[in-house]
Write a protein that binds this ligand. Structure first.
Ligand SMILES: Nc1ncnc2c1ncn2[C@@H]1O[C@H](COP(=O)(O)OP(=O)(O)OP(=O)(O)O)[C@@H](O)[C@H]1O
Ligand SMILES: [Mg+2]
Length: 396
């Protein structure tokens, strides 16, 4: 096993456009690192440069202490699991897993021992004689991982391995990959555009946008302390709400009223004029529900436009108006997020037991300590806690 260091990595394809632009990420030995971002942000390119399938334009790629920029893929001792698994249809599961060992000229006994060990770990023992065509998507995935395991590779690299699976299987495989990685303790770099996979699998997550690293942090840090609008909008589901806001003293003035901010947040945004205020749907509640509601300072009246009841929770929508400065930044954010719609309406998560109806005027409580305030020009989060935000673009 080994660490992987990407130092100031740049990749320019033929037309000179930097698909990866000065990215530095250090993956510790045994760490599960996620590369996440919208389509075209350069995550596959970065992964392919680690494995050696793509030349590095500039920067240093290190595996352990060794600079590998000029090493052929087979000399890097990494195992890549592709989206389509790349299994051999005419070979049995056993032979598919054994393939890299046979290629390396391993003895009959070694092949047998290692394949059976891997099959045991992956719960494939009873399928060893079958062909990939007769396996489920999840089983095929495991065969592909088995092939990676038997090689004693220094690291596993995954490029969107679950994107071909249906939602249920994807959930199962996600848990399985997580369990396996922890058990094997193998350094792993995993590419996905799915923020749920990023949050659930990663020890740390590198968020990329148009070839640039936006933030490198733990899932919790990304959720609690997104460094900028892009990360804030990308991480979390349903996504964070963005509203026009202005700070006066300790008051944050919003389209539907004012809330009292904690001192340090108010101070960070004092005198900055019109800002973008971000607040996650789950940091609202219906006043009087649960143990909330006593905090009368941070409740407001909301006209509920649409209600979506999901059983375990309810989404309530509250429309609002945004001035042009804020609207422009939100439109840009929408483009950055791959066309995901940032609506000029609040999404509020209420309890599943809520009886709120469409058209109701509800008293809504908000946890004002969870507000983030963003500079509308730069998108920077002015209220970030740098101690708990990992590394943020433009701040290191
Ligand atoms: N061989 C190539 N020649 C020229 N440009 C390329 C080549 N491969 C990728 N690109 C460009 O580099 C950028 C990054 O591509 P990459 O495949 O790394 O994105 P990605 O983040 O993996 O996206 P996706 O989620 O769609 O797989 C894109 O703008 C893409 O068009
Ligand atoms: Mg890709």
């Amino acid at each position: 096993m080994a660490s992987i260091s990407m130092n100031n990595i740049v990749k320019r394809y033929g037309d000179g456009f930097p698909a990866v632009n000065d990215v530095s990420v250090e993956v510790a030995d045994g760490e599960f690192m996620i590369l996440v971002g919208p389509s075209g942000c350069g995550k596959s390119t970065l992964l392919r440069m680690i494995v050696g399938l793509e030349d590095i334009t500039s920067g240093d790629m290190l595996i352990g202490e060794r600079r590998v920029n000029d090493l052929a893929p087979r000399d890097r001792n990494l195992a890549m699991v592709f989206q389509n698994y790349a299994l051999y249809p005419h070979l049995t599961v056993f032979e598919n897993i054994a393939f890299p060992l046979r290629l390396a000229g391993a003895s009959h006994d070694e092949v047998d021992t290692k394949v059976r060990e891997a099959a045991q770990t992956l719960e494939l023992t009873e399928h060893l004689d079958r062909k990939p065509g007769n396996l489920s998507g999840g089983q095929r995935q495991r065969v592909a991982m088995g092939r990676a395991i038997v090689r004693d590779a220094d690291a596993f690299l995954f490029d969107e391995p679950l994107s071909n699976l249906d939602a249920k299987l994807r959930g199962q495989m996600r848990t399985e990959i997580s369990r396996l990685q922890k058990r094997l303790g193998i350094t792993t770099v995993y590419v996905t555009h799915d923020q749920t996979e990023a949050m659930t699998l990663g020890d740390r997550v590198a968020v990329l946008k148009r070839g640039e690293l936006q933030q490198l942090a733990t899932p919790r840090e990304l959720y609690d302390n997104p460094g900028n609008l892009f990360v804030a909008g990308f991480i979390g589901s349903p996504p964070m709400n963005f509203l026009p806001g202005e700070v006066e003293g300790d008051q944050l003035k919003l389209p539907f009223g004012s809330v009292t901010l904690p001192e340090e947040k108010a101070a960070a945004a004092a005198g900055k004029g019109l800002l973008i205020a971000g607040i996650r749907p789950e940091h609202f509640a219906e006043a009087g529900s649960g143990d909330r509601g006593e905090d009368a300072g941070n409740t407001f009246q909301a006209r509920i436009d649409v209600v979506e009841w999901l059983g375990n929770e309810t989404y309530a929508y509250v429309p609002f108006e945004a001035p042009p400065e804020v609207q422009a930044q939100l439109t840009q954010l929408e483009k950055d997020l791959d066309g995901e719609t940032i609506r000029t309406q609040l999404i509020i998560t209420l309890e599943g037991g809520s009886t709120v109806q469409e058209g109701d005027e509800a008293t809504v409580w908000v946890d004002a300590a969870r507000f983030h305030l963003f500079d509308p020009e730069t998108g920077d989060n002015l209220t970030v806690d740098p101690e708990h935000a990992g590394r943020i673009l433009g701040r290191d």
